[in-house]
Unconditional design. Structure first.
Length: 312
C-alpha cells in the first residue's frame, strides 16, 4: 500500500447533513464516493463506535476496510474522494487535517499515515477538495463567517480567490475535466443556491432557483458529461434528527432546471450523491430503511438498490 500525507490546518464549518444520526455506534455506511472505474464505492461507517473508511463493489461484494484510524468523532474523518484509482482520505487530528492517498485493493496492509511527505497549505483552509488530476485544491479560507472559495496548487503556491467577501460559498466541487467548480452560495437567511464558476475565476453564475421550502441545496456532484449536477436539499431538525428530511435533485447546468429524484413523502434522508463514471447511476446515503446505508439508483431516480448492510 502506497500512501502520502498532506498537512492542512482545518477549522470546522457546519454543513447540513445527518451527522447527528451518523454518530450512532454502528452504521451500514454513508458519504459514498464512486471510483473513476465504477468498480468501487468508498464510504464511511462506524463499527463498535469507531469510524473507518471501507470499499465495496456496487453489487455489495468485496466489502473491506481501507483505513485503521479508530476515529471516535464522525466529523473528524472527512468524506473520501478519488485521484485516479487511489483514494484520498481526510482525517482531522487536533487542528490539522491529514490527507492520505491509498491504493486499492491492497489496503489495509501497513500503517495509514507515514511521517514523511507533508505539504503545508493555508492554516485556515476548510472543505479541501482535490482536482481530478490531483495537482490543485479548491477550499474555503478567510473569515469563517464569510469564507472565500479559493484554488491553489497542492503545495500551497499559486493561490487565488474565486469569490470575494460579498459571496459566502460552501461545499466546492470540481467538474470531471477540472475546468469548472460548483458550490453552494449562502444568503443572509442561510438559504442558498448552487453557483458555477470557471476554475480561473471567470464566468461566475448562479444556476439553481430552488424554493427555500425545499431546503438548502448543497453537496453538488458533477455528471461525467459536465452538463448536469446531482445535489441534495433538505430540511433539518438538529434537536430531533428523526424529523429531518432530504431529497436528491438533478440539475441541468445550462437551464438551471431542477428535477427531484425518487421523491418520498416519508421523513427520511437521501444525501451525499456521487455519480458513476458512465452517468447512468448515482450512489448516495439514505436512512430509508431506518439506518444510514449506501444505496445506488438510476440517474432518473428509478431502481434504487441497497449496497451496504448494518454490521453488529
Amino acid at each position: 500500500m502506497h500512501v502520502f500525507r498532506l498537512t492542512i490546518g482545518l477549522l470546522p464549518l457546519t454543513v447540513a447533513t445527518a451527522s447527528a444520526q451518523m454518530q450512532m455506534t454502528n452504521t451500514g455506511g454513508g458519504r459514498p464516493s464512486v471510483s473513476p472505474s465504477g468498480k468501487w464505492i468508498v464510504y464511511s461507517a462506524a463499527r463498535n463506535g469507531e469510524w473507518e473508511l471501507y470499499a465495496i463493489h456496487p453489487d455489495g461484494s468485496g466489502d473491506r476496510r481501507i483505513t485503521n484510524v479508530g476515529e471516535r468523532n464522525f466529523v473528524s474523518l472527512g468524506p473520501p474522494t478519488w485521484i485516479g484509482d487511489r483514494v484520498l482520505v481526510f482525517r482531522r487530528v487536533s487542528d490539522t487535517t491529514r490527507l492520505s492517498l491509498i491504493d486499492l485493493p491492497s489496503a489495509p496492509n501497513d500503517s495509514l499515515i507515514p511521517t514523511a511527505n507533508t505539504v503545508q497549505v493555508l492554516v485556515d483552509a476548510l472543505q479541501v477538495r482535490p482536482s481530478p488530476d490531483g495537482r490543485r485544491l479548491v477550499f474555503l479560507h478567510g473569515d469563517r463567517r464569510r469564507p472565500r472559495v479559493a484554488v491553489a496548487n497542492v503545495d500551497g503556491t499559486g493561490l487565488y480567490d474565486l469569490t470575494d467577501s460579498t459571496v459566502v460559498g460552501v461545499n466546492p466541487d470540481w467538474s470531471r475535466d477540472g475546468k469548472r467548480i460548483a458550490f453552494t452560495v449562502l444568503d443572509s437567511t442561510s438559504h442558498g443556491q448552487i453557483a458555477v464558476v470557471d476554475a480561473d475565476g471567470t464566468n461566475y453564475h448562479v444556476i439553481t432557483h430552488l424554493d427555500p421550502s425545499n431546503g438548502l441545496p448543497q453537496w453538488a456532484n458533477w455528471a461525467p458529461d459536465g452538463k448536469r449536477l446531482v445535489i441534495q436539499a433538505g430540511i433539518y431538525n438538529r434537536q430531533k434528527v428523526e424529523e429531518s428530511t432530504a431529497q436528491l435533485w438533478l440539475v441541468d447546468i445550462a437551464t438551471g432546471q431542477a428535477t427531484k429524484l425518487a421523491p418520498h413523502a416519508s421523513v427520511s434522508l437521501d444525501e451525499t450523491p456521487s455519480w458513476f463514471p458512465n452517468g447512468k447511476r448515482i450512489a448516495f446515503q439514505s436512512n430509508r430503511t431506518g439506518v444510514m446505508q449506501v444505496w445506488t439508483m438510476n440517474a432518473d431516480g428509478t431502481d434504487a438498490r441497497q449496497v451496504t448492510s448494518l454490521h453488529q
